[in-house]
Design a protein around this ligand. Structure first.
Ligand code: 15L
Length: 270
């Protein structure tokens, strides 16, 4: 029976997902730079810093598949992003290849394409437009995934996660929200579907205000159940309390775009 490694197991998404995945996959190994506070006696944990190749190899040895949620999950200093998301992601794919891991599901992010205006609908063929150093690291991880898929035979699925949570919390999130069970569905496609080589999916539920063409995921059987519109009244009420953000409100990446935005720069046309 296959063993699946989940990196970033102590993080926000990792904490939730490991509860949901353990009912589906009996053999799960967890790793993170720190021990999850809520680790239970039936869970297996290996402490590993992604910036340390020897530790990553120890975490990876003997597993058949990896769900890579580890790394820094928002914008950070160049050194933080470099260590956790650039070097760390390289270590993860390189260790996976050395240890003959069959599949990697990589938690990419909407911030790999955050600088598309909200009025543009994009698919996975649109060139990357990262909105932050963090977004650059996610585009890098997707590119690494392609290298290891086509050169070394890994089956790699990159999920550009929108915003994961029980409900969408503002107007932007009405477009990019993903319900936990829908992310589980996408991960299962990445771990099980026979046709996966190097896929990029949008990690988004069935949102009528969505901006992304997710036909690659639909083709492999994705049937999202979450509908952000059911929560629109509360999300729009929360939005009304937020200050206006002319740059962030124009682009899909929101505040990741307006953060550090240089004075005097024009917004991109459609
Ligand atoms: C992300 O990629 C982050 O990990 C998450 O914390 C949110 O900020 C999310 O994007 C978002 O765009 O809402």
């Amino acid at each position: 029976m296959q063993t699946i490694l989940i990196t970033g197991a102590a993080g926000g998404i990792g904490t939730r997902l490991r509860q949901l995945l353990k009912g589906i996959y009996p053999n799960i190994r967890l790793s993170d730079v720190r021990r999850p506070a809520d680790l239970t006696s039936d869970e297996t944990f290996v402490e590993a810093d992604l910036a340390n190749m020897a530790q990553v190899e120890t975490a990876v040895a003997g597993v058949q598949a990896i769900v890579h949620l580890g790394g820094f999950s928002v914008e950070g200093s160049w050194d933080t992003i470099l260590q956790s998301n650039i070097i760390g992601c390289y270590h993860l794919f390189e260790a996976a290849s050395r240890h003959r891991v069959e599949r990697v599901v990589f938690a990419s992010s909407n911030h790999a394409v955050g600088f598309y205006p909200r009025q543009r609908r994009i698919g996975i063929d649109a060139a990357v437009r990262p909105d932050s150093r963090y977004g650059v690291s996610k585009a890098f991880g997707e590119a690494l995934g392609a290298l290891y898929a086509y050169k070394h035979g890994l089956r790699v699925t990159c999920i550009r996660i929108g915003n994961f949570g029980d409900v969408p919390v503002d107007r932007r999130r009405l477009s990019i929200w993903i319900a936990p069970q829908d992310l589980v569905q996408l991960i299962r496609i990445g771990l099980e579907h026979p046709d996966v080589r190097h896929e990029i999916f949008y990690g988004v539920s069935d949102n009528v205000r969505g901006w992304w063409d997710n036909s690659a995921a639909f083709r492999l059987g994705y049937r999202p159940q979450g509908r952000s519109e059911e929560h629109s009244a509360a999300a729009l009420a929360a939005q009304a309390k937020l200050p206006p953000d002319p740059i962030g409100d124009w682009y899909q990446g929101g505040p990741f775009c307006s953060d550090e935005f240089s004075d005097g720069i024009e917004r991109a046309p459609l």
